[in-house]
Design a protein. Sequence first.
Length: 208
Amino acid sequence: MKSLSKILRAVIAAATLSFAHPAWADLITNGGFETGSFAPGWVIDGFNNPPVVSTANPHSGTYSAAAGDFAPLFSTSEPFGDSSFYQQFTVPASGGILSFWHWDYTTDTIFFDWQDAYITDSSGTILAAIFHQCLNDPIWTNQTFDMAPYAGQTVRVKFLVHQDGFGDDTGMYVDDVSVNGAVVPEPFSSLWLALPFAGMVAFRRFRT
């Protein structure tokens, strides 16, 4: 019986170790826009002009998202207002790192147009500005942001381009959005998976 007790203690210790060292998972759905659309996962909330998912300029894969205006990608004149989209997710207790790639285009200045990335709460109130800029920098640039201050909260990552309607286009491509957060497995799942093995070992020990 002492041997069986030792085996069971080892199994429980292994299950506890699995619980204490959780796996990491991406919390963003469709972060590379490879469905060819914003769905599933993303919500458009700024329609001047509406953001699109396009094959024109992906960072990786086939698609990327575009907010704002890119002459001659869009044939319309520069609108007045915001072109924006977001995704909502819950930050795990361990925090996580937000990562995304952006490609920036403008013929204007930040006094009139801008490219923004935010963290907001679930009502859209801005919690943090990742950047507020108006850049003509047509190369893919990686941006990271520590989500630890928002652990346990339901938040949104939002991308926005504002234009002033005077004909000076501003746009931003976004691709490969991810938030790597710890996902803790259920400890009893690990335990029950290990118990048959423990029983087999115990049975062999007692037979010998």
